[in-house]
Design a protein around this ligand. Sequence first.
Ligand code: SIN
Length: 286
Amino acid sequence: MSLKVIPSGAALGAEISGVNLTENMDDATFEQIRQAFYRHEVVYFRGLELSDDDHIRFSARMGELRKVKQMRHYTPRRPELMVVSNIVENGKHIGSYDAGMFWHTDGAHSEISPVASLLHAVEVPEKDGRILGDTRFASMTAAYDALPAGMKKRIEKLEALHSLYHRDEQSRQSGNKPAEYNEEEKKKRLEKVHPVVRLHSATGRKCLYVSEGYTVRILGMPDDESRDLLAELTAHCVQPRFVYTHRWMPHDLIMWDDCSTQHKATFDYALPLRRLMYRTTVTRFA
Ligand code: SIN
């Protein structure tokens, strides 16, 4: 079996085939995957039936994993696995059902910004032979590179506030009931300031870092100016020319870069059509 990297043809994304993620692969093969990931920003493996251990072991080769004990949306069986699902059991959602509702970068509000996420599809919704619930990814390096020189100069030193409350409020306005936070969660910072242009820690490339989901305002300017600039940048960065759309197949594993991309899921399905995915989150590259 030899590894192949097949670019999607979009601004980002590549399929990797010819690797078995249920085995501990050698360093040279893993290095090819890592380099493909840095280059294509989103890489995917088709039709791999991965156990929790396989998913976690492969993710951990990328770096340190976020572990969350006894918190909603995480499986009780493994603290590394977040559940992304529309399934309801005993009257309760078994995972996050609105995770990809808005364009966003995972954990933009967190104290430690994730560097990569790996989502494994266990069940995908299907209707009339078509799989629903696509996920779109946009390249923030391509979006930055395409900005006019004047805009690059204007935003070069700016910072913006990212907030989980902002995301939740939008979800609420769309008719959802996002989580209420307990006292312990409230004590944790659910807001974070980031540069509008971030440097990728591994590639050194410049990435535009504002999103519809999390970015509240750009600091140090009047509200109306911040609103207009944010609207311009968030519309710019998700144009179709910067986007790869992933059409899921059962047991796909997709790994995306949390600095150089953002993503949004498509909510074109509902129960009884079930969608069940598990996500690991890498907080620091190895
Ligand atoms: C996510 O935002 O982590 C989930 C994306 C998806 O459900 O496709």
